[in-house]
Design a protein around this ligand. Structure first.
Ligand SMILES: *Cc1c(COP(=O)(O)O)cnc(C)c1O
Length: 230
């Protein structure tokens, strides 16, 4: 069953790339496995997926030793500074940097482990009260503030668009984020590469790809609905 879900998502990703005149390999599909057991992740791994997303640091810590070493774990959710220790040597990227304090804490953890952590800046494109993220108009200033920190490398932007039944409603946010990314790239800030745009989830990843996403984060579409009651 998971295999069919994945095939469906892969087909839709390929179609969206084709509509946008983009190569399929410009878009990384991240399977969001939060709350899902290792057995399900293994099933998707066997289909060739290597990139998995989690929003709780403890889940990365706990799942990491149970899966093959070539899995790339993406930290996509809100990260508290006291939990960085769980992901610093396990995550390949932190998508959710949204405060200077967090960037500084990741920086010092990375330096003490002798590594450089690729990070994305989370932008609250729709300015939703309930969401974390830097306001679009503050993003360049924020990036300038964190760019020179050792141990981190800013690689682009991430956004979580509003929940909606109509993906078209989110097109404007994806389009504006692409514009923001191009604007900031044009400033040539040292140690900053605006090459990644992490945007699009189960409800809207096709629209996000049409608007330039380089990473889509798909959970429900691959693993089915999540059960938070347990
Ligand atoms: C849960 C989650 C996703 C995946 O959501 P789906 O709607 O299940 O695809 C993507 N990004 C983030 C940050 C998430 O927390």
């Amino acid at each position: 069953m998971l295999k069919e879900n994945l095939q469906e998502v892969e087909a839709r990703v390929a179609d969206a790339c084709a509509r946008a005149g983009r190569d399929r390999d410009e878009v990384l599909l991240i399977a969001v496995s939060k709350t899902k057991p290792v057995e399900m992740i293994e099933e998707i791994y066997r289909e060739g997926i290597r990139d998995f997303g989690e929003n709780h640091p403890q889940e990365i810590r706990d799942k990491f030793p149970q899966l093959p070493q070539d899995v790339r774990w993406h930290m996509i959710g809100h990260l508290q500074t006291n939990k960085i220790k769980y992901i610093i040597e396990r995550a390949c990227m932190v998508h959710s940097v949204e405060s200077v304090r967090l960037a500084e804490a990741i920086s010092s953890a990375a330096v003490s482990h002798g590594l450089v952590m690729p990070v994305l800046v989370e932008v609250n494109m729709a300015k939703e009260e309930s969401k974390y993220g830097i306001m679009p108009e503050d993003t360049e200033r924020f990036i300038r503030e964190i760019a020179s920190l050792p141990g981190i490398h800013v690689r682009g932007l991430m956004t979580i668009a509003p929940y909606t039944d109509n993906a078209e409603e989110n097109r404007v946010y994806f389009r504006d984020m692409k514009k923001l990314s191009v604007d900031i790239a044009g400033k040539n800030i040292d140690n900053v590469d605006m090459c990644e745009l992490s945007m699009g989830m189960t409800g809207d990843y096709e629209v996000a790809i049409e608007e330039g996403a380089t990473m889509v984060r798909v959970g429900t579409g691959i693993f089915g609905a999540r059960d938070y009651s347990k």
